[in-house]
Design a protein around this ligand. Structure first.
Ligand code: UN1
Length: 493
C-alpha cells in the first residue's frame, strides 16, 4: 500500500484514518478541510473560472486529453487503489479507470462541438442565435461506490465547458480522489498555463460540504448518493436558484420473458446483482421471471451463486469483494429479516470470512423468492440482495416494474419484438435507462446517465449532458435600418 500511495507521490498524514474494507487495516491518513479552507477553495475556484472561461474550448480539450493520457499510463495503479480502498474486484477497479479514460476521450471531441443553434427571426434584417457560455465553478459530490469515475463524468465535461471544479469525495474513499488529483496536476503541468485551483479536492465532513451547496458562487452542484442525501441537497441548491444534477438511489429490475435466451439472462443477472457486491446504483435488485421459465432460471441462478468466489478482491477469480463497512452489512441483514417476515424465501446472505477478517464485512449474496413486491422490495438496499418474483401477465408485470419510488435503470430479456418495444414505449419502463437483452448496470459513457422519480432527474456523462455545465444565451442581432418590434407591436409617440 505504501508503494501504491508513493507512486502517486502521496504521503499519509492527518487525523482522519482511512481503512481498507478488504481487511479493516489502516491504509492511510488524510486531513480534512474546515470551513475556512472550504471558503478559500471556493474563492480560488471562482478566480480560476475567470481565467479558464477565456481559454478557447478546443484548447481546454487539450488539457483533458493530457489528463486522459495520465490515466492511461496509471490505469493499473489507480485501479488497484480503487480496489484497496473500496473493495470492488480488480477487474471492476480497472473498469472504473477505463470509464474515466472514455469520458476524457468523449470530452476532447466535445471541446470542438459545443454547438448552439441559429434560429429564424420573425423580423427582417435580424439574426437569432444561441451561444453556450461556461457556467462557473462546479461542485461535484461523489459516493464511495464509484470513488473516481463519477467525478470524471462531471469534471471532464465541466473542464471543456470552461468551468472550474471542486470535488468533495466520499470520506470513505479519499485516497483515490487524492491520487486522481495528482494525475490531474501532472496533466496541468504538461499543459502549462492552466489557472491554479482549476480542479480541487475538498475532503470534509458533510457539514463543511454544505458550504459548497449553499454558496451562490457555485452555479452547478452535481451530487451522487442516496435519495436521503439528495432530498437535503436539492432544496438547498434550489433555494438559491442554483442548478443541481442529482444521481440518487435506484431499484433496478429485469423482466425475463418466455422467449429470453436464458444463458444471456443469467450472465447479465450475475454481473448486475453480484458485481460490486451489489453496491452500484445500477445494481439489479428486482427480477421478474415469467412462470414458464421461472423454475429453470432460478435453479440455474442458485447453482451459479453456489460457485461464487467471495474474498480478496485483488485475487484473480474472486467475484465478490467485501461490503464497504459494518453498517452496510447490518443494513443487508435487516433487509433480509424484513423480507423473511414478508414471506420471502432466502437463499444465501449472512457473513463470511469473519474468522480471517474480523474487521471486514464479507457477505454471501442472497436470492430472495417473494410472492409479491412488499415494502422492503420497494426500498433500495445497497447490498447484494436479489428479489425474485414470478409473473404471467405482461401489462401487470410492467406495472409492478414501475411501482417503486426510484427510476434509474431497467431491462428486459426477450426475443419477442412486441414485448421489447412495449418495454421501451411511453407506457413501458419509467426509468432513465432501459435496456433490451442487456443487464441494468455497466452503462457506457456515451449515453446520458441518470434517472427519474427519487433517482433525482439528473443526467451526467454522454449525449448532450454537457449543456448542464453551461449557461445558454439567446442573442438577437439587428442589422437592418429599422427597429421592428416582435409580435408586430406598434409602440411610439
Ligand atoms: C454508480 O453506481 O453510481 O452503469 C455509477 C454503471 C456504471 C456507473 C455506475 N457505468 O453501472
Amino acid at each position: 500500500m505504501h508503494d501504491l500511495l508513493s507512486s502517486f507521490g502521496l504521503s499519509s498524514s492527518g487525523d482522519h484514518l482511512v481503512r481498507s474494507p478488504i481487511d479493516g487495516s489502516e491504509i492511510g491518513r488524510v486531513r480534512f478541510d474546515g470551513p475556512a479552507e472550504i471558503e478559500r477553495k471556493i474563492a480560488a475556484s471562482a478566480e480560476a473560472f475567470k481565467a479558464w472561461r477565456d481559454v478557447p474550448a478546443p484548447k481546454r480539450g487539450e488539457l483533458v486529453r493530457l489528463f486522459g493520457e495520465e490515466l492511461r499510463a496509471n490505469k493499473d495503479a489507480l485501479g488497484r487503489l480503487v480496489t484497496v480502498e473500496n473493495g470492488k474486484i480488480l477487474q471492476e477497479g480497472l473498469g472504473e479507470v477505463q470509464e474515466m479514460i472514455d469520458i476524457c476521450d468523449f470530452a476532447v471531441g466535445l471541446s470542438r462541438q459545443l454547438y448552439g443553434l441559429t434560429i429564424a427571426s420573425e423580423r427582417p434584417g435580424h439574426r437569432m442565435m444561441e451561444t453556450w457560455h461556461p457556467a462557473g465553478p462546479v461542485a461535484v459530490i461523489s459516493a464511495f461506490n464509484f470513488p473516481v469515475a463519477v467525478w470524471s463524468w462531471n469534471a471532464a465535461l465541466a473542464l471543456v465547458c470552461g468551468d472550474s471544479v471542486i470535488w468533495k469525495p466520499s470520506k470513505k474513499v479519499p485516497l483515490a480522489a487524492l491520487a486522481t488529483q495528482v494525475l490531474f496536476e501532472r496533466a496541468a503541468a504538461r499543459f502549462g498555463g492552466a489557472p491554479a485551483a482549476l480542479s480541487q479536492v475538498a475532503l470534509c465532513t458533510r457539514a463543511a460540504g454544505e458550504l459548497l451547496t449553499r454558496d451562490g458562487r457555485i452555479p452547478v452542484v452535481s451530487a451522487t448518493g442516496s435519495t436521503a442525501m439528495g432530498k437535503q441537497i436539492g432544496p438547498i441548491v434550489a433555494a438559491r436558484f442554483g442548478r443541481s444534477i442529482l444521481e440518487l438511489g435506484g431499484n433496478n429490475a429485469m423482466i425475463v420473458c418466455p422467449s429470453a435466451k436464458l444463458e444471456l439472462a443469467e450472465r447479465a443477472i450475475l454481473f448486475a446483482a453480484v458485481g460490486t457486491a451489489g453496491q452500484r446504483c445500477t445494481s439489479l435488485r428486482r427480477l421478474f421471471v415469467h412462470d414458464a421459465v421461472h423454475d429453470e432460471l432460478l435453479t440455474r441462478l442458485k447453482a451459479l451463486y453456489s460457485k461464487l468466489v467471495i474474498g480478496d478482491p485483488l485475487t484473480k477469480g474472486t467475484l465478490v469483494g467485501p461490503l464497504i463497512d459494518r453498517a452496510a452489512f447490518e443494513t443487508m441483514e435487516r433487509a433480509l429479516a424484513e423480507a423473511r417476515k414478508d414471506g420471502g424465501m432466502v437463499s444465501g446472505g449472512g457473513r463470511v470470512l469473519e474468522k480471517v477478517h474480523p474487521e471486514a464485512w464479507y457477505a454471501r449474496p442472497a436470492i430472495v423468492e417473494m410472492t409479491k413486491q412488499t415494502a422492503i422490495v420497494r426500498e433500495e438496499t445497497f447490498a447484494p440482495i436479489l428479489y425474485v418474483m414470478r409473473w404471467r401477465d405482461f401489462d401487470a408485470v410492467l406495472a409492478e416494474h414501475n411501482a417503486v419510488p426510484q427510476g434509474l435503470s431497467s431491462c428486459i430479456f426477450t426475443r419477442d419484438l412486441q414485448e421489447a418495444e412495449k418495454f421501451l414505449a411511453v407506457s413501458g419502463s419509467d426509468c432513465g435507462i432501459a435496456n433490451v437483452n442487456i443487464g441494468p448496470s455497466g452503462a457506457e459513457i456515451g449515453g446520458a446517465f441518470g434517472g427519474e422519480k427519487e433517482t433525482g432527474g439528473g443526467r451526467e456523462s454522454g449525449s448532450d449532458c454537457w449543456k448542464a455545465y453551461m449557461r445558454r444565451q439567446t442573442a438577437t442581432v439587428n442589422f437592418s435600418d429599422a427597429l421592428p418590434l416582435a409580435q408586430g407591436i406598434e409602440f411610439g409617440v
